[in-house]
Design a protein around this ligand. Structure first.
Ligand code: DGY
Length: 325
C-alpha cells in the first residue's frame, strides 16, 4: 500500500470536499486549528516534508517556506482568487503549480462592492450607529442626507470578471459606467454597457470609483495622491480588491482635505487595520474586514475548488484552476 499524501492545511475549511478529504485514508492531514494563521515558525515547521499545501491569503508562501517544505512538495493550493501572498515565480522555478479559486466568488464580491457603494453614498452605517446611539430625536429635511447613486457615474478600475459583474449591476441604477483595464476589453465592456476610457478620464468623471484589479508590482499604489487629485470633490472610493493598490496615506490626506467625499473599503494596506488608523474616526469611511467573498455558499465553493486543485496536483494532473495556466 502506498503511503498517504501528507498535506498541511493552514486552517479548517468549509465545504463538502474538505470533509471528504478528512475521511480519505489516502491523505494524512495536518490542519492548523483556530482562526489565526500559523506563525512564521509554525508554518516553516509544519510544511516540512509535505506533499501538498493548502493556504489562505493570510499566509506568506515564499522561497523559505518552499525550501522548508522540501522536494516532495507537489502543489500549493490557495483558497482565494488573489495570490499576492504566494511567490508564484518561486513556485514555478521549482515546478510547483499554484491553484486558486476564480469564478465562484465573482458575483458575491460584486455584491459587496455594491453594498459599499450604497452604504457610503447613503450613509447607512453612520445612520444605523446614530439610531443605536440614541441620537434619533426627530426627522429633519437634511438629516443623514447623502448622495444619489441612481443616475450617477461609476468608474471601474480593473475590468476582469468582478469589475464586469459590478458594471452589470449598475444598469439597474441607470448609471453611466466608465472602465479602465490594463489590456483593453472592448467586447466585455460593450456587453455590459460600459465605456472603455483612459485611467485619468475614469478618475476625473466618476462619482464612484471602484477598484477591482489584482495586486501586482504594477498596481501597488495605483491609486495615489495624483489619482485623488484627479477625482471629483465628492467622489467615493470603493476597494474590494487589495489594500496596497491604494496609497492609504494619500487616501487619508484626500479624505481629511475634503478632496474626495468618502470611502468604502473591504480591504486595507495592512490587515487587520490598526485601531489607530485615522480612517476609523471618519464618519464618511466604511471599513469591512475583507469579507467580499464571504457568503457561506461561496466560501464553501472556494474550499471545494481548493481541495480539487490539491487532489489534482498530488495526482500529477493539471490543476482545474491554476495561476498562469
Ligand atoms: C480572494 O479570493 O482573493 C479574496 O480576497 C478572498 O476571498
Amino acid at each position: 500500500m502506498t503511503a498517504p499524501y501528507r498535506v498541511f492545511i493552514t486552517r479548517e475549511l468549509p465545504g463538502r470536499e474538505f470533509a471528504k478529504l478528512r475521511d480519505d485514508p489516502a491523505f494524512e492531514l495536518d490542519v492548523w486549528p483556530g482562526d489565526f494563521p500559523p506563525s512564521r515558525s509554525d508554518l516553516l515547521q509544519h510544511v516540512a516534508g509535505v506533499d501538498g499545501l493548502v493556504c489562505l491569503i493570510t499566509d506568506s508562501i515564499d522561497s523559505p517556506v518552499l525550501d522548508a517544505a522540501g522536494a516532495r512538495l507537489k502543489v500549493v493550493s490557495q483558497m482565494a482568487v488573489g495570490v499576492d501572498n504566494v511567490d508564484v515565480a518561486a513556485c514555478a522555478a521549482r515546478g510547483i503549480p499554484v491553484g486558486n479559486t476564480p469564478g465562484v466568488l465573482t458575483e458575491t464580491t460584486a455584491d459587496m462592492a455594491w453594498a459599499l457603494i450604497l452604504a457610503s453614498a447613503r450613509r447607512v452605517v453612520e445612520a444605523a450607529e446614530y439610531v443605536k446611539d440614541g441620537q434619533w430625536q426627530t426627522w429633519t429635511p437634511t438629516q443623514m442626507a447623502g448622495i444619489d447613486v441612481y443616475g450617477s457615474t461609476l468608474g471601474i478600475i480593473g475590468f476582469g470578471a468582478i469589475g464586469q459583474a459590478i458594471a452589470r449591476r449598475a444598469q439597474g441604477f441607470g448609471m453611466r459606467v466608465l472602465c479602465w483595464n490594463r489590456s483593453p476589453r472592448p467586447t466585455e465592456s460593450a456587453a455590459v454597457g460600459a465605456q472603455q476610457c483612459e485611467f485619468d478620464h475614469v478618475l476625473s468623471q466618476a462619482d464612484f470609483v471602484c477598484v477591482s484589479i489584482a495586486l501586482t508590482d504594477d498596481t501597488r499604489d495605483l491609486i495615489d495622491a495624483r489619482a485623488f487629485e484627479l477625482m471629483k470633490p465628492g467622489a467615493i472610493l470603493v476597494n474590494t480588491a487589495r489594500g496596497p493598490i491604494v496609497d492609504e496615506d494619500a487616501l487619508v490626506e484626500a479624505l481629511q482635505g475634503g478632496q474626495i467625499g468618502g470611502a468604502g473599503l473591504d480591504v486595507t494596506a495592512v490587515e487587520p487595520l490598526s485601531m489607530e488608523s485615522p480612517l476609523l474616526s471618519m464618519d464618511n469611511v466604511v471599513v469591512l474586514p475583507h469579507i467580499g467573498s464571504a457568503s457561506m455558499a461561496t466560501r464553501g465553493k472556494m474550499a471545494d475548488m481548493a481541495v480539487a486543485n490539491l487532489r489534482a496536483g498530488l495526482a500529477g494532473e493539471s490543476l482545474p484552476n491554476s495561476v498562469g495556466g
